[in-house]
Design a protein around this ligand. Structure first.
Ligand SMILES: [Zn+2]
Length: 389
């Protein structure tokens, strides 16, 4: 451990309570993607915090009903390419989901509250990494931030994804402070996400009197789905999940329509092509004569990315800093959950995702984060930035 990295460690050690207080304030300021006004309050909070550390912040609006992208730079006059910290400020929980105000709380070694892991904890890690760097007088490179405010809705209907890619182009590398798993893995690649919404049309009728005359779209859906779920390839890491099935209203009536949604996470371009081709063959085929089907397909605006030699180098470097400073080294994971790391990788810069709080049950009210990961990762990423050439 160098003199500087031990100063960073000590800074974080001395600010643990302050970090928890800051996180509490940030989490209790609730905001879900669709709640534009709440999200503007959340974003204003983040602007205030980062500006207090010397960042010059800007916002770019993306849609009339959404809170726009926050970007900022610290040390624009410093030499070299910036190091980028990123993520999002919105959560999936509408205000009130947690029954009352001030949902943040700590029990033992775990902390709870909307977005504690995904990913308000990560924003606090980024903020305190910056504070620690300022404390030790770091000025080797500019640091930039990019935080989306409608990430949980996948930038649907707007161009925030493109803004993030453009903004990332000038960076040396990026750390995306999304939630991390309990195995202490950093994410070096992500799968693509494709959503199919399928409508199966039949001809309804009385289940007793018109069994032979009716054409049952529920039966057609079941047959289709039994083939659809077999498109999963465990070895290749491609997963296919039926997530919604809706059809029928009355126990003795065959309905006219049945619909379903399928979520696909494909690993690599070949799998992406294979699974879409087979999916569309299954939708196009009528297992029961007389049924017809139609579909819409949505390919996530948070695109897949694969580990490149530059990502490997960045990952190895972070692990070297971890080992040298007495931290557990990280494992590697390719995630099925999509994030803006894909839009950053698209800019051609190496990026590592899942730099945020470790925890579990994200997107669920049981969500929790591990308290210690908040401190460890803030110190570690500050050290990594400091040690980077
Ligand atoms: Zn997230």
């Amino acid at each position: 451990m160098s003199a500087i990295t031990s100063q960073i460690k000590e800074y974080i050690e001395c600010h643990k309570q302050e970090m928890l207080d800051k996180l509490k304030e940030f989490i209790n300021l609730e905001g879900q993607t669709e709640e534009k006004e709440n999200m503007e309050r959340v974003r204003a909070w983040a602007i205030r915090e980062f500006e207090a550390e010397g960042f010059v912040c800007s916002t770019t609006e993306v849609a009339p009903d959404r809170c726009g992208l926050l970007t900022g730079i610290l040390g624009a006059d410093r030499p070299g390419k910036p190091i980028q910290f990123s993520g999002h400020l919105d959560t999936v929980f509408p205000v009130g989901t947690f029954n009352g105000e001030n949902p943040f709380h700590i029990e033992g070694d775990k902390m709870y509250g909307p977005g504690v892991c995904d990913m308000k904890g990560g924003v606090i890690i980024a903020l305190y990494a910056v504070k620690a760097l300022n404390h030790v007088g770091y000025h080797a490179r500019p640091i930039t931030i990019a935080f989306a405010c409608e990430e949980e809705y996948d930038h649907e209907g707007n161009d925030c994804d493109k803004l993030i890619t453009e903004y990332s182009r000038k960076a040396l590398c990026g750390f995306n402070f999304e939630c991390a798993n309990l195995k202490n893995e950093l994410c070096v690649g992500q799968k693509c996400q494709i959503t199919y919404r399928v409508k199966v049309h039949g001809a309804g009728g009385h289940a007793g009197n018109e069994f032979y005359k009716a054409v049952n779209p529920v039966h057609e859906t079941i047959r289709k789905l039994s083939d659809v779920i077999n498109l999963t390839d465990h070895e290749k890491g491609t997963t296919v999940s039926a997530t919604v099935v809706e059809g029928g209203r009355h126990s003795s009536a065959i309905p006219d329509l049945c619909s379903f949604i399928v979520d696909i996470r494909a690993n690599g371009a070949d799998e992406e092509e294979r699974v879409q081709r087979q999916m569309e063959e299954i939708i196009g085929k009528s297992y029961i004569e007389g049924t017809t089907s139609e579909f819409t397909k949505f390919i996530s605006k948070m695109p897949p990315f694969s580990e490149t030699p530059e990502i490997t180098k960045l990952f190895d470097f972070v692990n070297k800093v971890a080992a040298e400073n007495g931290y557990k080294t990280f494992g590697k994971v390719v995630q099925g959950g999509v994030t803006d790391a894909g839009n950053i990788a698209k800019a051609g810069i190496p990026v590592i995702c899942a730099c945020g709080v470790t925890g579990d049950f994200v997107h669920n009210t049981r969500e929790y984060g591990m308290v210690d990961s908040l401190f460890e990762r803030a110190a570690l990423f500050a050290m990594a930035v400091h040690e980077m050439n």
